[in-house]
Design a protein around this ligand. Structure first.
Ligand code: GLU
Length: 472
């Protein structure tokens, strides 16, 4: 059975690259009916934080990446690593090294000066006596003969000459185990069948393969996913804008949009761009992960988000919109806006809003009467000639019992007929009067959604405004 894991180090937030790795693992598990494990790699205590763990879990939940086991935490498994290190020592496959940092540094410098590749020379391999006052590290005896072949499921055959390797450290002098050590112990003991991770770890793989062999475990299959590059083709980083998953939530992206976007950064299925989760589970395979790095394109993410907003369920969008309305100061913390009404608001805006944040900004006019009118719009449309139309419209709207879009439209028609004017002569002044702006969703819908009282009050205010101007 397929068993994969996502193994973040909690030293910061979940960034796009990490999220994509998690998604690929999750899809691989779901496609193959396997298991997806979450393992927190927190052995580096100086850099790991609880805050980061919370953040990572929250981001995964938001993306809908549910795990079947875990979260395991490596700091809760230290006994296991100690036992495995001891076993390697007992079997003569690992040894204590008493070389000090200063000595190692000196040798490193010398090697560089002499044009040699700096690496540990193995001088403590044969050492039998401890060295007074030095806390030793534990190193693996690494074979430096021959080569290590990786049959990578994405990169193909990768061959490393073992002469490039050295006896790397398994346990530091303070007793904490290193990444390369614990990752192998855990992947082996947890029965991981496929290690799918970023190709920044490809260089670690030959070391890890040697360690599997030393421990007597079968290495899993490896799949190293190429990096994500920024638009300038350098490795994606903060310089390119938000890289934290939750920052995208704050910016008003939908999780399915980011999910879809991240999958397509490196994986393809013909030229299809939009995928439901079910389709992704059905089609996902490592064969279709590209060998070259993918380039992050924020416009495409925006386009996908617009698509998912346009086709999204109004009730869900309305609920998701509330925090954004709060942030815009349109809804108060304690106040729960009427959801049914908010659904109608959403319906009028979803065609155009690319993010929930933008939707909240576009929705402002529903919550607040215009403080001022767009100057150009005011000059062009709020003129004394239109006073009779606006007054007639107020009286027609006032007569309506049913304030549906349809009835509003009929009220408009009656006014247009009476004065023999076209819709645009009436709609634009109304739009400015009601929203303060010259662009908005359809005039009948917004009036209907705004409601009778509010619409009439705003129109009356515009009438007063026009009158006061012509008086002076
Ligand atoms: N903790 C490692 C990282 O976050 C995991 C690497 C791996 O998947 O082996 O990069």
């Amino acid at each position: 059975m397929v068993k994969v894991r996502f193994a973040p180090s909690p030293t910061g937030y979940l960034h796009l690259g990490g999220a994509r790795t998690a998604i690929f693992n999750w899809l691989f598990a779901r496609h193959n009916g396997g298991r997806f494990i979450l393992r927190i790699e927190d052995t580096d205590k100086s850099r790991s934080t609880e805050e980061s763990i919370r953040e990572i879990l929250e981001a995964m939940e938001w993306l809908g990446l549910d795990w079947d086991e875990g979260p395991y935490r490596q700091t809760e498994r230290l006994d296991i690593y100690r036992r495995e290190a001891q076993r390697l020592l007992d079997e003569g496959k690992a040894y204590y090294c008493y070389c000090t940092t200063e000595e190692l540094e000196e040798r490193r410098k010398k090697a560089l000066e002499e044009g040699r590749m700096p690496k540990y020379d193995g001088r403590c391999r044969e050492r039998t006596e401890p060295r007074e006052g030095v806390d030793p590290v534990i190193r693996l005896k690494v074979s430096q003969e021959g080569e290590t072949e990786i049959h990578d499921l994405i990169k193909g055959e990768v061959v490393y000459p073992n002469s490039q390797l050295d006896d790397f450290i398994l346990v530091r002098s303070d007793g904490t185990p290193t990444y390369n050590f614990v990752v192998v112990v855990d992947d082996a003991l947890m029965g991981i069948t496929h290690v799918i991770r970023g190709d920044d770890h490809l260089n670690n793989t030959p070391k890890q393969i040697q360690l599997y062999r030393a421990l007597g475990y079968e290495p899993p299959q490896f799949a190293h996913v190429p990096m994500i590059l920024g638009p300038d083709r350098t490795r994606l980083s903060k310089r390119h804008g938000a890289t934290s998953v939750l920052a995208y939530r704050e910016e008003g992206y939908l999780p399915e949009a980011l999910f879809n976007f991240l999958v397509r950064l490196g994986w393809s299925h013909g030229d299809q761009e939009i995928f439901s989760k079910e389709e992704l589970i059905q089609h996902f395979s490592l064969e279709n992960v590209g060998r070259s790095p993918a380039v992050y394109n924020p416009d495409k993410l925006l386009w996908l988000n617009a698509h998912y907003i346009k086709t999204g369920d109004n009730g869900r969008l309305a609920k998701l919109l509330i925090p954004f309305l709060m942030r815009e100061g349109l809804v108060k913390e304690a106040q729960q806006p009427d959801l049914e009404w908010l659904c109608r608001v959403v319906e009028t805006l979803k065609e155009r809003a690319k993010t929930l944040k933008e939707m909240a900004q576009m929705a402002a006019f529903y919550f607040q009467a215009p403080q001022e009118y767009d100057p150009k719009g005011e000059r062009k449309f709020l003129k004394s000639q239109i006073l009779p139309y606006l007054e007639a419209l107020v009286s027609e709207l006032d007569k309506l019992n049913d304030f549906s879009e349809r009835s509003v439209e009929e009220a408009f028609n009656r006014v247009m007929e009476r004065f023999d004017v076209k819709l645009k002569h009436l709609a634009q002044p109304c739009r400015v009067a009601l929203t303060g702006k010259t662009v908005s969703p359809g005039i009948f819908e917004i009036i209907s959604v705004m409601g009778k009282e509010e619409a009439i009050s705003r129109l009356k205010r515009a009438i007063e405004h026009i009158k006061s101007k012509s008086d002076t």
